[in-house]
Design a protein around this ligand. Sequence first.
Ligand code: FAD
Ligand code: NAI
Length: 475
Amino acid sequence: MSKQFDVVVIGAGPGGYIAAIRAAQLGFKVACIDAWKNAKGEPAPGGTCTNVGCIPSKALLQSSEHYEHAGHSFAEHGIDIKSMHLNLPRMLKRKDHVVEQNNAGILFLFKKNKVSFFHGQGSFAKADANGYEIKITSASEESITGKHIIIATGSNARALPGTAFDEVNILSNDGALRIGDVPKKLGVIGAGVIGLEMGSVWRRLGAEVTILEGLPTFLGAVDEQIAKEAHKLFTKQGLNIHLGVKVGAIKNNKKTVSIAYTDAGGTEQSLEVDKLIVSIGRLPNTEGLNGAAVGLKLDEKGFVAVDEECKTNLPNVWAVGDVVRGPMLAHKAEEEGVAVAERIAGQHGHVNFNTIPWVIYTSPEIAWVGQTEQQLKAAGRSYKAGTFPFMANGRARALGDTSGMVKFLADATTDEILGVHMVGPAVSELIAEAVVAMEFRASAEDIARICHAHPSLSEATKEAALAVDKRTLNF
Ligand code: FAD
Ligand code: NAI
């Protein structure tokens, strides 16, 4: 008989490894299976997020921002640099080191919490009275059985039809994070989160970046006023963003890539670049799971079908993170992982989809939580809006980064905060206050009456809350 566990988690990305740890904390005997290998063939838990997503992209965003500041902003602060050059191999090595530290951290956490880690591909073999038998395929093969199974197999990059990723010239997020030489010309298809973040990295390092976006609106999910401001700022930085294009044939000429497209005005255009990043969304990873062996149901888009509690159609089989509906965000995956472990323990785990923050780590950053102004209008909701520009914030002036604003949307009658939207310096951190406020169903006035440290960027949040009632103090 195969080894028996209370909970078997398939996938050790943020959804899976956090679910495994929480289940172990709750007293269950837990196994976590993950297939990811690093360049040396060793286990590299942490999933997309740790290996080719959140962590390495933020490492490169940070390094490239330092480079840009050293080249363009230091002089204004009275710091003259005589000779400066980019050591890209060292920058990439640092990024790899940050990833390795995170991989090692997860293995340590598994040990600490007594989670049994298995390296290999997990797939359903059969269901029987003991639960579900999961076959683990690596150099050898073994099977384990779980009373409860949590599927957390994540997602992978969607390719354009007929244009496979070779990760040399035509790059997914994986190749985009390890380009060995700064391309002179970089093309990006899709002006979404990855396109803007990776486009920013390589632009700062010296590439001429052209982004082709299919939709006529820029960042359609972002509050229109914030998206408009961000578009203006990114364009000023030198990102060439073309909206409303129709991408045609893509030719990989080995040294370059040519892209034929029709622009928004209907004119045929072509673009020749050294490297092309295709960032047009991601697809759920369900292929290796052999869900058919147990009758696991997928939805019409290929995600594992789940209800609001992350229950699949099979008893005691749950699914969390990118492989199920909802935003593809690491913290959403983690929240679902914790909630499922708690539900297995008979507790009332809960994920509030209305208060999941979004951050785009460009410079300036974009962050938001709750509803946008266009969503409130479409829903016919009466609301009040208040904005405050970083231009009028003392700390932003001292930093030398005054771009952007904070915007509050509150119910016209009750003043309850319905959405908070930001573009500006460090807003990835500022948004946390808004998330807390919305979780506690605070009013804009609650934030306006709270004492915020001076000088701090968070004063812009307070002032935007004051602006809801047209009583800013510093603008
Ligand atoms: P994943 O992280 O994809 O992990 C799934 C794991 O399961 C992988 O290790 C995979 O190898 C393994 N697996 C799959 N099938 C099997 C199988 N059959 N057997 C065993 N193992 C299997 N989100 C944010 O919130 N903030 C960010 O800043 C951010 N930046 C990103 C930047 C980029 C470039 C990308 C691509 C994504 C980014 N994301 C970010 C999104 C984030 O990475 C995902 O939402 C998150 O990783 C999803 O977690 P997950 O656990 O569901 O899946
Ligand atoms: P995305 O959904 O953010 O953006 C894809 C963009 O490509 C969209 O604007 C879409 O209109 C466009 N597009 C789609 N097909 C196209 C085509 N044929 N031609 C031209 N444009 C086309 O997806 P992206 O950037 O690939 O990222 C995937 C997901 O990863 C994100 O949605 C997000 O959930 C996650 N992520 C999160 C980050 C963060 O939290 N900071 C960072 C990076 C990724």
